[in-house]
Design a protein around this ligand. Structure first.
Ligand code: SAM
Length: 243
């Protein structure tokens, strides 16, 4: 979290917005700026019985910044997701209130969560979204590329053959393609995109959204000098298809 963040004080406002027994809350948390946490998210994290999270240290840091007293944290990751989901399901069926968070942003969007939602929906457990920050939507909202239709592909597969199949399958799509990428692969991703899209394709590369060094490249694939992209921080890449 950067130093523009404003720590919450106390637990005022929990009251009628408190977590209810037997309900799973899917809570969006900041992608860089603590002030982006919603009051509703704060109320649920303050009042739930336990929190399922990707990395307990990361979530504990968030709770400490928010002045929320310590509470049980359970690791919920892709590895062992089915067993963890069943464990959390039993807690919910025993009338505990559970909040699911990821390290940053909205759980289950390129993050763990899907299996838990599925099992809860199948078993009739109430699932409540607490909408909050999401890197893809934040990027799309400011990138200057079409927003009437967008295709979220998350992280591309590692092998070029599978990337080719994915782009071929979506060839007819008209709008903005949204990709996530890690900093150590961003330059390679641009080289890969040049193989599949015309050089005059409009793209936006958003970097470190909501953080102190937030930036955005807006232009064509041809004009972008990929060597200027930082090898640190986080990226969302947006591509206009059929513009
Ligand atoms: N669930 C998260 C969400 O709702 O956005 C996404 C988690 S995914 C594991 C992490 C990826 O999201 C990063 O590799 C990057 O592509 C993108 N991302 C997360 N935070 C970002 C930020 N502050 N600025 C730009 N991209 C970000």
């Amino acid at each position: 979290m950067d130093d523009r963040a404003i720590p919450f004080q106390g637990t005022q406002g929990v009251g009628k917005n408190a977590a209810q027994p037997g309900v799973l809350y899917v809570v969006g948390t900041p992608i860089g700026n603590l002030s982006d946490l919603s009051w509703r998210a704060f109320n649920i994290l303050s009042s739930c019985d336990c929190i399922a999270c990707e990395t307990p240290q990361v979530t504990q840091k968030l709770l400490t910044l928010l002045n929320i007293p310590k509470k049980p944290l359970f690791t919920y990751r892709d590895a062992g997701e089915i067993q963890s989901a069943q464990h959390l399901l039993r807690k919910l069926q025993n009338q505990q209130s559970v909040a699911l968070v990821s390290d940053a942003g909205t759980p289950s969007i390129s993050d763990p969560g899907y299996r838990l939602m599925k099992i809860c929906q199948e078993q009739g457990v109430r699932v409540v979204p607490i909408p909050g920050p999401n890197a893809a939507i934040a990027a799309l909202s400011m990138a200057g590329l079409p927003t009437n239709a967008f295709l979220f592909l998350g992280f591309l597969p590692p092998k070029e053959g599978r990337i080719a199949k994915l782009f071929q399958a979506n060839q007819a799509f008209r709008g903005t393609i949204v990709l996530y990428e890690s900093p150590h692969r961003i330059q390679k991703l641009i080289l890969t995109l040049r193989k599949f899209f015309d050089t005059n394709t409009r793209i936006a590369i958003t970097h470190e959204l909501t953080k102190l060094n937030e930036s955005c490249y807006y232009g064509t694939l041809e004009d972008l000098d990929e060597s200027t992209l930082s090898l640190k921080g986080e990226y969302v890449v947006l591509i206009e298809q059929g513009g």
